[in-house]
Ligand binder design. Structure first.
Ligand code: IPD
Ligand code: CA
Length: 252
């Protein structure tokens, strides 16, 4: 998985004429030819090594595959397409492997910094070969990252209210534009807490195991493990920031 994503990274790094090769999927949501090409490349490579494992990707409608019944890969070929279109140099490729609905391993690569986050169940989480773990910061000294669920207008006001409340307590906030990396930054202690009110499984499946293996927590508001077959809200942090967040009435 790591080798495939390393190769795929070159597609993002070599991209040009991005705007001419962009289509609108829905309000604020765009797809470039590089999203599609990167996914096609990863899918084909994986298929040559693992022909029996299903593939679920953002760009090919996952409706036919059930991650709870099959062995499957779950892939976001470019997480942070908005950043990618603007040459912001902060996007990622995310790839998880799951068996019967449980994520077994995950890789998230940031081609621009050559940073590779990865984890395998019960084997720890790593950044470029070095073991990583979450911070021990409480919410009152936290860097809180968040996503705005930009494709869902009904969530914008709620997101603003929530961040307004947290900002009165934490050290500062960040909105970097790729959920997969925001979550990996929790795993390595650069961020202390993260929330987004709606994400797809391909945005978080790989980062989820990276956070868990780094000693962190990632759930919905009820404390449930986020699903692999539908959208979910996501709250993630170390055990202190996570507990602090849910001990307040921030979500009311
Ligand atoms: C998006 C990014 C963004 C988050 C959105 C996601 P995409 O993924 O992760 O940070 O706020 O909710 O959809 O669309 O660039 O793959
Ligand atoms: Ca994407």
């Amino acid at each position: 998985m790591i080798d495939v994503l390393k190769e795929a990274s070159q597609i993002l790094l070599d991209a040009n004429n991005i705007e001419e090769n962009t289509e609108k999927k829905s309000e604020r949501n765009f797809v470039t030819i590089y999203d599609k090409n990167t996914q096609a490349f990863i899918k084909e490579k994986l298929n040559t090594f693992f022909p029996d494992i299903k593939f679920i990707g953002e760009e090919n409608n996952c409706s036919n595959e059930n991650p709870y019944e099959n062995r499957c890969f779950i892939c976001d070929p470019i997480d942070g397409t908005a950043n990618f279109r603007r040459k912001y140099n902060h996007s990622a490729i995310s790839l998880a492997y799951a068996e019967n609905g449980e994520v077994i391993s995950g890789v998230v690569i940031n081609p621009y910094l050559n940073e590779i986050f990865y984890a395998e169940r019960n084997k720890g989480a790593f950044l470029n070969g070095n073991k990583i773990k979450v911070s021990e910061n409480h919410l009152n000294s936290a860097f809180v990252a968040f996503g705005t669920s930009p494709y869902y207008p009904e969530l914008i006001k709620k997101t603003g209210q929530l961040i307004g409340k947290i900002l009165t307590e934490c050290e500062d906030i960040r909105r970097a534009g790729t959920a997969a990396l925001d979550l990996c930054y929790i795993a390595c202690g650069r961020h202390d807490f993260f929330f987004e009110l709606s994400l797809f499984p391909w945005d978080y499946a790989a980062s989820m195991i990276i956070i868990e293996e780094a000693g962190g927590i990632i759930t919905n508001r009820n404390g449930d493990i986020p699903p692999l077959d539908k959208r979910s809200e996501i709250f993630a942090g170390n055990k202190f920031s996570y507990k602090d967040f849910f001990s307040k009435d921030y979500l009311k």
